[in-house]
Design a protein around this ligand. Structure first.
Ligand SMILES: Cc1cc2nc3c(=O)[nH]c(=O)nc-3n(C[C@H](O)[C@H](O)[C@H](O)COP(=O)(O)O)c2cc1C
Ligand code: SF4
Length: 433
């Protein structure tokens, strides 16, 4: 191990100015749910702090719902309905600040997708329609102009609360076809005939207002990040990056302090590695830097420093966004910084993390067993507890689990014997074509 960073990777560790704040490097842990959120706040806080410790320059919350009409039960996420939610969110921001990183919060109202099972409010959206995330007969009602004004006030209030909690950045979220501004933007869910429906300018009006009102509320005390899906991946039936997706960014180009762009909906964004290579979103988002002077971030299961540097050098992005790579290896940035990229636990794109989150259970990761146990069991992805006895250990079977167990126990100081019936280690993996 050289401990000497390859100078080719220096660019990844340059600070980036984002409006009034400066990210210490180009690594951005984008918002991602984790099945812990408000239900297991200590676990959530420790998990976010771990990423800051591992070198991610920006660490954000998952989507944080800011009003009872956007209640996403039974999904376990953060929420900020009133001041009572401030302590645990402030503790998360503190855990991130402790390591010199910026803390971001993504405000969300899932509108017609939220069943309001706990709050018993009536879900809202651009038009009357059944709530999409539930099998049960729950109906969302179309927002009147008064409702829209109220919704904007709630958002503004949430922005001010986020500042009170100590966050440095607020993410205004129109992505994944799952938030009120994206429901208004999508022709699939907006048949309105007033000034919020019809033309792109009208369908984008609410998002513009949210960004402007966020800026107005916080001035230059926090950065405003626009998380925006430039392509709905449904061809002519939806927003396409080369059409309205591009026009939308052009219309709002200089309003936020940073663009965090991706594709929707969620399946297309967090695409499994079976269907998408690293950097798969570049073909959709690479135009963005040509229409704005603001820093641009994008995602696409970035795990290799060479791919990251290439995306920056080619002018595709300024900042590397990552959800799953930061779950699989919270210490990915530090490993590159310390000249040991070969130690990165690479996200394999299996989406087990998302599957567990969708069960409303704490997420787990195929590659990183410590994910979600940083607080409860005090597990650390880079430090393993020393052995507690002088027992010797026999492991039967040198498949992936046996190999990993042998490695981990060896690191703890145990004497390990690994037995395998075949002549080759690797188990099932060696039988793949
Ligand atoms: C488990 C999981 C939960 C996610 N939750 C959110 C979320 O709350 N808000 C959001 O904007 N994106 C969310 N995403 C999408 C990610 O932010 C990201 O855009 C996507 O996973 C692609 O990036 P990646 O390839 O680096 O994972 C989530 C992704 C995963 C895997
Ligand atoms: S569970 Fe799979 S997709 Fe999710 S972070 Fe871990 S390796 Fe990546």
């Amino acid at each position: 191990m050289s401990n000497q960073r390859d100078p080719r990777y220096d660019i990844l560790f340059e600070p980036v100015k984002i409006g009034p704040v400066t990210a210490p490097n180009r690594f951005y842990q984008v918002p991602h749910c984790n099945g812990m959120g408000r239900m297991f706040p200590d676990s959530m806080i420790e998990m976010r702090g771990m990423k800051a410790e591992g070198g991610w320059g920006i660490v954000t919350t998952e989507q944080c719902d800011f009003h009872p009409t956007g209640d996403v039960q039974p999904f376990t996420e953060t929420s900020m309905w009133d001041d009572g939610d401030l302590p645990y969110l402030a503790a998360m921001a503190d855990a991130v600040h402790e390591h010199g990183s910026l803390a971001g919060i993504e405000l969300v109202h899932n509108g017609q997708d939220s069943g309001c099972l706990y709050s018993r409010e009536v879900p809202i959206g651009p038009e009357h329609r059944p709530v999409t995330w539930h099998q049960h007969p729950i109906q969302a009602r179309a927002m009147s102009l008064d409702d829209i004004r109220a919704y904007r006030r709630w958002h503004r209030k949430a922005v001010l609360r986020a500042r009170q909690a100590g966050f440095d950045m607020v993410v205004v979220y129109a992505g994944h076809n799952g938030t009120v501004p994206s429901h208004f933007l999508s022709r699939q869910s907006n048949q309105r005939s007033d000034e919020y429906g019809g033309s792109l300018e009208n369908r984008l009006r609410l998002y513009r207002e949210l960004i402007e009102e966020t800026r107005d509320a916080i001035g230059d005390t926090m950065a405003v990040v626009a998380r925006f899906a430039v392509d709905e991946m449904m061809g002519k039936d939806g927003l396409e990056w080369a059409g309205e997706g591009k026009e939308a960014i052009e219309m709002l180009a200089e309003l936020p302090d940073m663009w965090d762009v991706n594709v929707s909906d969620w399946e297309n964004d967090s695409m499994s590695s079976r269907f998408a290579r690293e950097g798969y979103q570049e073909e959709y988002i690479s135009f963005v830097k040509s229409v704005t002077s603001k820093p641009v971030s994008a995602v696409g299961r970035y795990t290799s420093p060479d791919t990251m540097v290439s995306a920056i050098r080619r002018g595709v992005v300024d900042i590397i966004g990552a959800a799953r790579p930061s779950i699989a290896d919270p210490f990915l940035p530090n490993k590159i910084r310390q000249g040991r990229p070969e130690d990165i636990r690479e996200c394999i794109g299996c989406n087990v993390c998302a599957a567990w989150n969708n069960l409303s259970a704490p997420s787990r990761c195929t590659q990183n067993p410590t994910m979600g146990e940083e607080w409860r069991k005090k597990w650390h992805p880079e430090k393993i507890a020393p052995k507690e006895s002088d027992s010797t250990i026999l492991i039967v079977g040198a498949g992936p689990a046996g190999l990993e167990a042998a490695l981990a126990l060896g690191k703890r100081g145990y004497q390990v014997t690994l037995a395998e019936a075949r002549n080759e280690a690797g188990g099932r993996i060696t039988r793949l074509n």
